[in-house]
Design a protein around this ligand. Structure first.
Ligand code: ADP
Ligand code: MG
Length: 251
């Protein structure tokens, strides 16, 4: 569903994404982990056609994002780290706009938009302008929009940031349900527990390079045979974070 080959993105002297290869098959939730500045958001922007790569290619559902941009974009749903929504639309108008953009039949829009607003506890906000929504409410609306058009590939950049515990739980369940129905999901997250609970495979990116990929168990084995430890220790040892823990001991 998602095929990335030799992807490179440079900003001046900085190589933000360095020869990335990654395939995410239908139905997989792939967790994209890494310290701040690793290149995760840049990768998300390359996948969704918001940035152009310096080398390599991205294919979504077989469509090359560089040459078959429109077809590729139709198959992708994006939950960006900063949910951008037009401030002068209401919640219901935003969902109708998404429905039109992705060609959702009008009858289906009329039925599903109120259902989606209710599901995210936004019914009483459906007529309010988005400029009055909190970060978490915008995040929920963007996710509602994605459920409305049902993309084959879903890309989420730190989706749990700003969500209250109940909404975060609902989003987790939504992701598992979508994956069971065959949607491919790529999720950037700092929350290790979420990665551990939801993701089939995890990739750890450091300075633009995917340094480790596998199931949690495979990564545990890779982390110098230090098995039986929590994901946090594993993450820190793979990203060299143990230097920080020794620093912390001196505080
Ligand atoms: N538009 C840009 N111009 C210059 N540098 C950028 C730009 N976007 C990202 N970077 C740099 O690329 C690196 C990777 O950033 P990013 O992909 O946002 O990391 P992450 O999402 O993993 O925290 C960082 O060093 C960041 O400063
Ligand atoms: Mg980021």
């Amino acid at each position: 569903m998602l095929e990335i080959r030799g992807l490179v993105k440079r900003f001046g002297d900085l190589t933000a994404v360095d020869r990335l290869d990654l395939t995410v098959p239908p139905g997989e939730i792939f967790g994209f982990l890494g310290p701040n500045g690793a290149g995760k958001t840049t990768t998300v922007k390359l996948i969704t056609g918001l940035l152009k790569p310096d080398a390599g290619s991205v294919r979504v559902a077989g469509f090359d994002v560089a040459t078959r941009t429109l077809e590729a974009k139709r198959c992708v749903g994006l939950v960006p780290d900063e949910p951008f929504v037009y401030p002068k639309l209401t919640g219901a108008e935003y969902l109708r706009f998404i429905g039109e953009l992705y060609g959702v039949p009008l009858a289906e829009q009329r039925k599903r938009i109120p259902e989606l607003l209710a599901m995210f506890e936004l019914s009483s906000w459906g007529g309010e302008l988005l400029e009055s929504y909190s970060h978490g409410m915008r995040q929920k609306l963007v996710i509602a929009g994605i459920l409305l058009h049902g993309p084959r590939l879903l890309v989420l950049d730190e989706p749990m940031v700003g969500l209250d515990p109940k909404s975060a739980r609902m989003v987790k369940e939504i992701l598992l349900t979508l994956a069971r129905r065959g949607t491919s999901i790529l999720m950037c997250t700092h929350i290790l527990e979420i990665a551990e609970k939801l993701c089939g495979r995890i990739g750890i990116m450091i300075s633009g390079r995917l340094t480790a990929v596998g199931t949690i168990e495979e990564l545990r084995r890779q982390a110098r045979g230090e098995s039986g430890r929590g994901l946090e220790d594993l993450f820190l040892s793979l990203t060299g974070g143990h230097e920080y823990s020794s620093l912390l001991r001196h505080l």
